[in-house]
Design a protein around this ligand. Structure first.
Ligand code: HEC
Ligand code: HEC
Length: 346
């Protein structure tokens, strides 16, 4: 009898110990839910960096006026055409010239690694800009995309729209740990192939990897809703896309974007095409027609700083226009290294 009682006591102890353990774990999970690592502390390992999550518009928005401004900035970035483009139906609010949205290139509203993310961006501006050869502000950088990627005109810097986009970017950039900022910045690198990029090879790859969504000759797939001018799959070429002065019109920039993001679902750590494939596909896309940006000769007042795959002149070298567009790029990169000690990657 005595022995039986001891056994029951022991069993009770085990059960209660297990129960407390479950409670402790439960509390821990709850705390982790409400306190994501948004502190600016140094992260101790790579897995901390990759498990870090940017703020979410549905759960992390502050109350009041500042929250409203951030939300408006987010909406402008995800519905650019409808609010400040051809889809607005208003002449005074028509700043972007095509029916792309910012988040067609800056994916997940600028929250995706490897797509020119906005996470951490306000910590890097103002910065030196080689295209203008001066210190540029974030507003000026946004207007660079307005005039080129969006084939439109600059938004006034004092406009509510510009202020809202910057408020959104600032909010995304608050308390971002340094290692995280580095991971989110820009595009993933590719090993630039030695050979010239081949648009014919690119076209074949485009047909098997991209055409289902972006359609023949990159024309995109418009929304079936006729009251809307937007696209389900955005155009890569033709009248309604980025112009020839845009960063995406450089083969090396487009190849890096493609590798980290396309076909849709590709990520920086799980690309779906090889560096070489991305390179040839980029050549095909950028061999197609697109709007012309006026006055491109004025870009990069210091021609030495012009990216090697900028397809329009003048350049500070004697390589042909054809080679600046399609490569091979290594000889040009070596020239700038040797002649001016400038390292070029795009
Ligand atoms: C067609 C694709 C495309 C679209 C659409 C686009 N951008 Fe960009 N954006 C780029 C590319 C490419 C770069 C980087 C260019 C480079 O590396 O020189 C860039 C860079 C930027 C940067 C600087 C990023 C950094 O890390 O320094 C900002 C800010 C930006 N874009 C804002 C916007 C906004 C706001 C919109 C919408 C109004 C927009 N972009 C639309 C392609 C696009
Ligand atoms: C499953 C459909 C799908 C496939 C396949 C696909 N894309 Fe996209 N692509 C998209 C969508 C959707 C976007 C816009 C992303 C967003 O808004 O979140 C996009 C955006 C783009 C953009 C930037 C926006 C623009 O219009 O210029 C480029 C460039 C691009 N894709 C190239 C490619 C290439 C190259 C391939 C093949 C390697 C490819 N895509 C395959 C759906 C697709």
């Amino acid at each position: 009898m005595e022995k039986k009682l001891d056994e029951i006591k022991l069993l009770l102890k085990i059960v209660s110990a297990l129960f407390s353990l479950v409670i402790v774990l439960f509390v821990f999970v709850i705390i982790a839910q409400f306190a994501p690592i948004h502190s600016s502390g140094h992260l101790s390992s790579m897995s901390d960096v990759s498990s870090w999550k940017p703020k979410s518009i549905t759960t992390d928005l502050p109350e009041g006026k500042s929250g409203k401004m951030i939300k408006y900035g987010y909406t402008l970035i995800t519905q650019t055409s409808r609010l400040i483009g051809p889809g607005s139906g208003s002449i005074t609010m028509r700043y972007s010239g095509n029916n792309l949205n910012c988040n067609n290139c800056h994916l997940d509203a600028g929250r995706k690694i490897g797509s020119g993310s906005f996470v951490g961006i306000t910590n890097r501006f103002p910065q030196f800009r080689s295209r203008e050869n001066k210190i540029g502000t974030l507003a000026e950088r946004i207007n660079g995309c307005m005039e080129r990627s969006m084939n439109g005109k600059a938004l006034p810097e004092k406009s509510n729209e510009m202020k809202a986009m910057i408020a959104y970017m600032k909010w995304l950039s608050e308390s971002v740990p340094k290692d995280v900022e580095k991971l989110y910045k820009g595009y993933i690198e590719i090993k630039i192939p030695e050979e010239k990029a081949n648009p014919v090879r690119g076209e074949k790859l485009y047909k098997s990897n991209c055409q289902v969504c972006h359609m023949e000759k990159g024309r995109g797939l418009q929304s079936p809703d006729t009251s809307s001018t937007s696209y389900i799959y955005p155009p890569l070429a033709g009248k309604d896309t980025y112009n020839d002065g845009a960063g995406m019109n450089r083969i090396l920039t487009a190849a890096k974007f493609i590798k980290g993001n396309m076909p849709l679902g590709a990520t920086f750590d799980a690309p779906r095409v090889t560096d070489e494939e991305a390179y040839h596909i980029a050549a095909y896309i950028n061999s197609l027609d697109r709007p012309a940006k006026p006055n491109k000769e004025a870009d990069f007042p210091d021609k030495k700083l012009k990216p090697v795959s900028t397809p329009y002149g003048p350049w500070a070298d004697d390589f042909s226009a054809e080679q600046h567009k399609y490569g091979p790029f290594q000889p040009i990169i070596e020239f700038y290294k040797k002649e001016y000690d400038i390292t070029k990657t795009k």
